[in-house]
Design a protein around this ligand. Sequence first.
Ligand code: IPE
Ligand code: IPE
Ligand code: MG
Length: 276
Amino acid sequence: MKALTLTNNAQTESDKKLQEEIAKSGKIPTHIAIIMDGNGRWAQTKGNIRIFGHKAGVDSVRDITESCAQLGVKHLTLYAFSTENWDRPTVEVNGLMKILVKSLKNEAKRLNENNIKFVTIGQIERLPEKCQRQISEVTELTKDNDRLQLCLALSYSGRWDITEAVKRLSEQVKEGKLEPQDIDDSMISSHLSTGEVPDPDLIIRTSGEFRISNFLLWQLAYSELYITETYWPDFRRAELYEAIKSYQQRDRRYGKVKNNGYSKSASASVLKEIIS
Ligand code: IPE
Ligand code: IPE
Ligand code: MG
């Protein structure tokens, strides 16, 4: 187990206190997933071109990753680039890939010293060689870390993920290793790119859009949603704490009823009367 201290920007006492209060006020989500949206608009409102927003967004990634690690969140999945984002102007796609390579280079040591494991999901083979190399390096460097797993979704889409799982299961059926009637919920889950990672407890989307945009479609079946107007480059730990507090107030019923939900008077005969 590695030391849990930060390498620089040491955590302030007041932040530590805030985190302790949050930990006391309810359950900390095991898995938080974030649709990091609004970088382009953030830059444009400042009179800059969109790519500035992507660059600024890296600071938010660092702050949210660190605060999640400090809070005891075990999985943080960040939607960084979707399958559909390939259709953006070449200059933007190239800029994003350059920012990715540079950020991974800059952050590798810090991630490792903070005992954070780095992984990716998505069609990594579609990324430029340089990106793939950098991803492999950071993945290898941090593979034994166990404080927090930071997963970047790159060239990812929920439909792609489900399609790949279906292909893998079909192969097993074809080879006679699996009977179609034996395919169940958990088998599909474990064949997705997220594998054995628990489903997200909380999904955050920045920039005020009320949509999922092809993120973890299967995995979010019972995730709690938190949508904020804040653009991603302005989303920092103070707002993460608000999102977690909101999550702690939610009544997660998973389709069931709370505390039985029926009074003693709702006997079989009463029910029979109501339904007839
Ligand atoms: C999110 O910000 C980052 C990526 C999708 C890569 P956007 O680039 O979508 O910014 P907006 O939503 O257009 O403002
Ligand atoms: C979703 O944001 C993808 C990422 C945050 C990586 P988009 O900006 O691509 O989604 P839409 O176009 O608003 O649905
Ligand atoms: Mg967007």
